[in-house]
Design a protein around this ligand. Structure first.
Ligand code: FAD
Length: 622
């Protein structure tokens, strides 16, 4: 049957990409349908229930700055919060939260169910409705045809999913969930560029069967960090510790002796796994000289005994899993509640996408999340938000939006994917961003919330909070600028203990704050007027003033590059007509069809000389 209501945006898949996509489109006023296998698994974390970490928290904060759900749900579900790299510079600082998977999922579901303009429907999508080169809707498993202007596909690891435990393998989207076989076959017919990747997960263990007292306890930070710009520590549920233990020679020997029973090493699995989140078999093989690896023992929730042993992801047979787990200190009597496994799945080469995440071959069809070759909840959520936004903009007949590399990690993520493609699961790192001093997790709202408001993604509450914060930062900087300290005065005496050199002439507090030995807290009370109460305002003032020199230099570099970066390249440009390009470069440019000169410049093998020839060609066309 044809479903009687026509939707603006239809999102397939209720994981991290799908939920953000659906929420974003609905916030922008589009009638949206979220079609997913199972309403009970909306926002489910397939692997470790942890959000954030290096590079990833930057994405979570950007999603939050644009009104998304992930940070809010983390504040409601997080049971251990830490700021990683807290002693390093602000560019690489990253908030990470261990979450209670049930509370997190419940928070996401509540946001979805209370979102105006959004309907949810439980059923598998088996086919896409395509007319000419345009998607027009979706057909479900029982034959219901939903019609929509744009479709966002966020099927995660489910397309053609094949689960492996030792030499046994079976079809599945992840443990306990069915795969999406019909849709996978249909997508293969549409001649989209498909490949296979794999990822894996460790066995889960009953905490009552292990001895935490012999492991290192790792409590969360005090004061308690928050993930969302609107978050408050009081929102967090009870906080608990994680623990650390180690693999040892015996563990490694067990693994080495059984590598022939590993589906990865016996050639059963062909898909490439995540380099930066390797299985324990991979680690033993690749780092053969190391005789110990850390294992983070992380709780899965407050009302469960299950723990997640982070660091021993494996697809070895169950008997080997049990033996290797029991060789680890404190786990000698461990009871495994769920075996670890690896999963292989279809992904689509993201070079087949525009910066909006729309596919190049089928109009109005957008892809987001693991389907684009990424790994991680945060990478998925960020893409979902972008795809949902652009799917909505398409319905509104407006231009698509994608932040530039100097505006957001989201811009870096999408540009890397569509320009370079990926042959292994892609995860975000701060090192991927060339302008990381500007793209900090602490200033994601200052970078993006205004744009989010313009797009219709940011509600009144967030907007008012943001405007008040932005104003408070400027007022506070002005207060510090206007306050001068004179040598020999009580204020100068008060500072003398902290100063490496005594004050010889008058100085503004703003300039004193640039000195490495002084912090905002040393100075702020010396200025007349009230100190801002908001900790985020104080932090921002400190960072903006202390790093002003570096920030300005980076902003200057960006300005220089921007002119070239933004030069648009015509759609379907015939690169064979550009004088002087080598065949190799013609092939690359024709295949990727970059949308700007900047994107063309980042394609591996495209030389500065080729860019000059392109510029001459564009000039001639004018
Ligand atoms: P998912 O979260 O997988 O969500 C997909 C959604 O689509 C599901 O709700 C599913 O039911 C629905 N769906 C699929 N097909 C259909 C259909 N035809 N019709 C309707 N609904 C459909 N990430 C890491 O960062 N580190 C790790 O170590 C790690 N290990 C992992 C181990 C395993 C075993 C798995 C399965 C994943 C792992 N991940 C890991 C990846 C992480 O889970 C994903 O990156 C993230 O969940 C991707 O989000 P997504 O929204 O793209 O897809």
């Amino acid at each position: 049957m044809d479903y009687p209501t026509r939707f603006d945006v239809l999102v397939i898949g209720g994981g991290h990409a799908g939920t953000e996509a659906a929420l974003a489109a609905a916030r922008m006023g589009c009638q949206t349908l979220l079609l997913t296998h199972n309403i009970e698994t909306l926002g489910q974390m397939s692997c470790n229930p942890a959000i954030g970490g290096i590079g990833k928290s930057h994405l979570v904060r950007e999603v939050d700055a644009l009104g998304g759900a992930m940070a809010k749900a983390t504040d409601l579900g997080g049971i251990q919060f830490r700021v990683l790299n807290s002693r390093k510079g602000p560019a690489v600082r990253a908030t990470r939260a261990q979450a209670d998977r049930v509370l997190y999922k419940a928070a996401i579901r509540e946001l979805l169910e209370n979102q105006p303009n959004l309907q949810i429907f439980q059923q598998a999508a088996d086919d896409l409705l395509v007319t000419g080169d345009e998607v027009t809707g979706v057909v479900t498993q029982s034959g219901i045809r939903f019609h929509a202007t744009s479709v966002v596909l966020t099927t995660g690891t489910f397309l053609g999913g094949q689960i492996h435990i030792g030499m046994q393998s079976y079809s599945g989207g992840r443990a306990g969930d069915p795969p999406a076989q019909s849709l996978a076959s249909r997508l293969r017919e549409l001649q989209l560029p498909v490949g296979r990747l794999k990822t894996g997960t460790p066995p889960r263990i009953d905490a009552r069967s292990i001895d935490l007292s012999v492991m290192e306890a790792q409590p969360g930070d005090t004061p308690l960090p928050v993930m969302s710009f609107l978050g408050r520590a009081e929102q967090h549920p009870e906080q608990v510790s994680c623990y650390i233990t180690y693999t040892n020679d015996r563990t490694h020997e067990i693994i080495r002796n059984n590598l022939d029973r590993s589906p990865m090493y016996s050639g059963v699995i062909e898909g490439i796994g995540p380099r930066y989140c390797p299985s324990i078999e991979d680690k033993i093989h690749r780092f053969a000289d190391k005789n110990s690896h850390q294992v983070f023992v992380e709780p899965e929730g407050l009302n469960t005994h299950e723990i997640y042993p982070n660091g021993i992801s494996t697809s070895l047979p169950f008997d080997v899993q049990l033996e290797l787990v029991r060789s680890i200190k404190g786990m000698e009597k461990a009871h495994i509640t769920r075996p670890g496994y690896a999963i292989e799945y279809d992904y689509f080469n993201p070079q087949g996408l525009y910066p909006s995440l729309e596919t190049k071959v089928i109009n109005n069809l957008f892809f987001a999340g693991q389907i684009n070759g990424t790994t991680g909840y945060e990478e998925a959520a960020a893409q979902g938000l972008l795809a949902g936004t652009n799917a909505a903009l398409r319905c509104q007949e407006k231009d698509s939006w994608c932040p530039r590399r100097d505006e957001a990690y989201l811009g870096v993520l999408v540009d890397d994917l569509i320009t370079l493609g990926t042959s292994e699961p892609y995860r975000m790192f701060t090192s991927r961003a060339e302008y990381r001093l500007l793209l900090r997790e602490d200033n994601a709202d200052l970078r993006l919330t205004e744009k989010g408001r313009e797009l219709g993604l940011v509600d009144d509450e967030r907007w008012q909070h943001f405007c008040a914060k932005r104003e408070a930062i400027e007022l506070e900087k002005q207060r510090l600028k206007d306050t001068w300290i004179h040598p020999g005065t009580p204020a100068s005496e008060q500072l003398s203990a902290s100063l490496s050199q005594p004050l010889t002439r008058e100085a503004a507090l703003l300039d004193l704050l640039k000195r490495p030995e002084l912090d905002y807290d040393d100075l702020a009370s010396l200025a007349p007027g009230d100190l801002p109460e908001d900790q985020q305002v104080r932090e921002q003032v400190q960072i903006q003033v202390k790093y002003a020199g570096y920030i300005d230099r980076q902003a200057g570099e960006i300005e220089k590059l921007r002119k070239q970066e933004a030069v648009p390249l015509p759609e379907h440009l015939d690169y064979t007509k550009v004088d002087g390009l080598s065949n190799e470069i013609i092939n690359k440019l024709s295949h990727i069809q970059p949308t700007t000169l900047g994107q063309a410049r980042r394609i591996p093998g495209v030389t500065p000389a080729a860019i000059s020839m392109l510029m001459i060609h564009l000039k001639k066309r004018e």
